[in-house]
Design a protein around this ligand. Structure first.
Ligand code: TXA
Ligand code: MG
Length: 313
């Protein structure tokens, strides 16, 4: 693991040098690890798609560290600015109309007229973005369709030495990706459930948020494929109890070989989710996987979204 480095001040400075020189850095955020590059460097952005084996019709999120960077990059509106103030830094991403047509940005946005922007809450991510002096475009640092990484080891397991530098900032606190909200239209639309709850967003806005299920007349996130986040073993979800040939991942009172949160805490379950899917995969042997039901409230929306895709075949 010659490319894994503790996220010390010195190594963050080195990583900023890698970004400025067109390289790729895997960085910790509070949600999952990202695979980062300079958004204005088309060659570096192209490398992200190649390393992840991700199709280029699937656009990437740009990460900023300061509010001033927002209007340089996208057209803002009153609602977007209010949401940014309330939920940034944090696991919250907005789709906005984009400005300018730098080649790297064009590729990062898959040629769409919109861009996604988020301000991560992780101090290492913020320091790296500031020192790089550019927005860092970063998808989750895993191979396309596979389970998202919540530790530096997960990044290494998936991408190996194809990344110039992996900054190790420990396990991700939130554990599921950011919530994506489209704020380009009259009504806000939820494109991906994530680390910021729908309830919190609706309460703050004082209005209902439309939820996209990929209908053609509503915007959707191109990356939300039916099968995604997939472990190697078959997974059955909403399983009240395991069958004889199943490795059971429990929740709350439903005990299993693993338990996402014995006390039934959805934050704890989200933080454990991807790591436990990997662990279950490693431990299950000839068995298949089954997971206990997860309540469809708060972070449960994001968890259920991920496991529905993980279970899809
Ligand atoms: O928490 C996160 O958001 C993590 C960390 C690294 O920040 N990033 C992440 O990126 O999850 P990624 O690339 O795995 O997922 C980004 C999603 C994809 O489903 C993509 O299709 C969607 O965002 N997306 C990006 N730009 C979009 C746009 N302009 N319109 C609609 N969806 C967009
Ligand atoms: Mg991803």
């Amino acid at each position: 693991m010659y490319n894994v480095f503790q996220a010390t001040e010195e190594n963050i400075a080195r990583a900023a040098g890698v970004i400025k020189n067109g390289g790729l850095v895997a960085l910790p955020t509070e949600t999952v690890y990202g695979l980062g590059a300079n958004v204005f460097d088309a060659k570096a952005v192209a490398k992200i798609f190649a390393v992840k084996k991700r199709p280029t019709f699937d656009p990437l999120i740009s990460h900023i560290a300061d509010f001033d960077a927002l209007p340089e990059y996208v057209e803002t509106n009153e609602r977007a600015l209010a949401l940014a103030k309330r939920f940034w830094p944090g696991p919250f991403t907005m789709v906005l109309k984009r400005k300018g047509h730098a080649a790297g940005v064009d590729l990062a946005c898959s040629g769409l007229p919109t861009a996604t922007v988020r301000m991560p809450a992780h101090p290492v991510a913020a320091a790296l973005i500031r020192q790089s002096g550019v927005p860092i475009v970063a998808p989750s640092a895993n191979l396309f369709k596979s389970v998202s990484p919540t530790t530096a080891q997960h990044v290494y397991d998936g991408l190996g030495e194809n990344v110039d530098m992996i900054l190790d900032g420990g396990a991700c606190r939130v554990g599921v990706e950011s919530t994506i909200l489209d704020v380009t239209g009259d009504k806000p639309v939820l494109l991906r459930a994530g680390g910021t709850t729908l309830e919190d967003i609706e309460e703050f806005l004082g209005e209902k948020v439309l939820v996209s299920h990929g209908e053609p007349d509503r915007p959707s996130a191109p990356g939300q494929l039916l099968r995604h986040y997939a472990p190697g073993h078959k997974l059955r979800i909403n399983a009240e109890k395991p069958e004889a040939n199943e490795f059971y991942i429990g929740f709350g009172d439903r005990e299993g070989e693993l338990n996402l949160s014995p006390k039934g805490d959805l934050c704890e379950a989200a933080a454990n989710l991807f790591a436990f899917l990997r662990k279950a995969d490693a431990l299950a042997g000839d068995k298949t996987l089954a997971m206990a039901p997860i309540p469809e409230t708060g972070l449960g929306l994001a968890i259920n979204d991920r496991i529905r895709r993980a279970a899809h075949d």
